[in-house]
Design a protein around this ligand. Structure first.
Ligand code: AOF
Ligand code: ZN
Length: 344
């Protein structure tokens, strides 16, 4: 029970750095001596010290470390990356007990941190609030275990099940499915992922910017599937800040901020796209349409989460929205709109 409370505190600390650690995970750590927290730390940013280092540094009287327990939401690392191994630091400080939320699936660690600690005679307990610790970094874990990004499908549909994207201002709101305020939510989602993916048809029909505008934050990479080179050169995505990657069968010369990526003819399109995302260290993507692209992810069973917005209006006709055969895990209401979240 006490272990859980301290790991819970690790999770809370880790969340201080939400959105800032990519490609590294969120990690928190506390050090406990005689039932008292004597040190706390979290990983703030890739390249900066890991959570354990900050927690150890925050302890005033280091002499009691030899009688303390260190809690950490993720297995301490065993490798020399941008920083030296945390497992070595724990051994060096003679901390006799380590309680870990979950294992680190990153190839350079993956159990080696635990082994290092045990080999030094340290008592190690793994798996306290494991589910919560996994959820804290779902993109990181999916990326390292499945070797592809965490895939979030997103679409807006009418009451009667027709699909459209959330229209930009140019449409004067006429075709909007959801209320303007709901857009804020979508921009927040964009900010939280590494890449936004759409098919060529969405660029041709809607000419979207695919940027983060309504909330603070950097633009994620824009990923466009355009096998037959159909998207116009003056599409808005090419003039926006941030990087764009175009997946095509015909390779073109890359330019500043625009990379053309040749699809592997021996592989399925999505397989080739997701492999490229892995190589580009894109740990999470938001698939924003269109119908065909969303459907292809669903049919290939290549998705982790679907966020379906439903507006108050009905179209009576149009393009049918994709349908999922499972029940939503969460339902939220935003005024006249609703949001259902499905986890696969
Ligand atoms: C930990 N504690 O707080 C974090 C860990 O390039 P580096 O040196 O920063 O190492 C990055 C890897 O270290 C990352 O992929 C993940 O496996 C692990 N992150 N490990 O012991 C931490 N953030
Ligand atoms: Zn580390």
């Amino acid at each position: 029970m006490k272990h859980e409370l301290y790991i819970q505190r690790c999770i809370q600390l880790a969340e201080n750095a939400k959105g800032n650690t990519c490609p590294n995970p969120l990690v928190g750590s506390v050090i406990v001596h005689n039932d008292q927290i004597i040190g706390e730390g979290w990983h703030a940013k890739s390249g900066e010290p890991h959570a354990e280092v900050n927690a150890i540094n925050s302890v005033q009287d280091k002499s009691v470390l030899t009688e303390s327990t260190i809690y950490v939401s993720l297995e301490p690392c065993a490798h020399f990356g941008k920083t030296p191994p945390c497992a070595d630091l724990i051994v060096k400080n003679k901390i006799p007990r380590v309680v870990i939320g979950c294992r680190d699936p990153f190839d350079a660690v993956n159990g080696k941190g635990i082994e290092k600690l045990q080999a030094a005679g340290i008592e190690v307990l793994v798996g306290v609030l494991e589910k919560e610790c996994l959820e804290l970094n779902s993109a990181f874990f999916t990326y390292h275990t499945k070797k592809r990004p965490y895939i979030i499908l997103k679409w807006a549909q009418t009451q009667d099940g027709y699909l459209d994207k959330i229209r930009e201002e140019k449409d004067n709101g006429v075709n909007w499915i959801t209320q303007p305020e709901t857009k804020l939510l979508v921009h927040r989602w964009r900010h939280e992922v590494d890449g936004i993916l759409v098919g060529a048809k969405t660029i041709i029909n809607d000419n979207p910017e695919l940027t983060v505008r309504l909330v603070e934050g950097q633009n994620p990479m824009r990923l466009i599937i355009d096998p037959n080179n159909r998207i116009p050169k003056d599409a808005k995505i090419f003039s926006e800040s941030g990087k764009t990657v175009v997946f095509s069968n015909e390779l073109q010369a890359s330019q500043e901020n625009i990379t053309y990526f040749e699809l592997d003819s021996k592989k399925l399109v999505l397989e080739s796209v997701l492999k490229a995302c892995y190589d580009l260290q894109i740990q999470s993507i938001l698939v924003e349409g269109g119908a065909h692209t969303l459907q292809s992810f669903i049919e290939a069973n290549l998705w982790d989460e679907a966020r379906v917005l439903t507006g108050a209006s009905s179209f009576g006709q149009g393009l049918r929205a994709p349908s999922l055969t499972l029940n939503p895990t969460e339902t939220h209401r935003f005024g006249k709109d609703s949001l259902r979240i499905f986890y696969r």
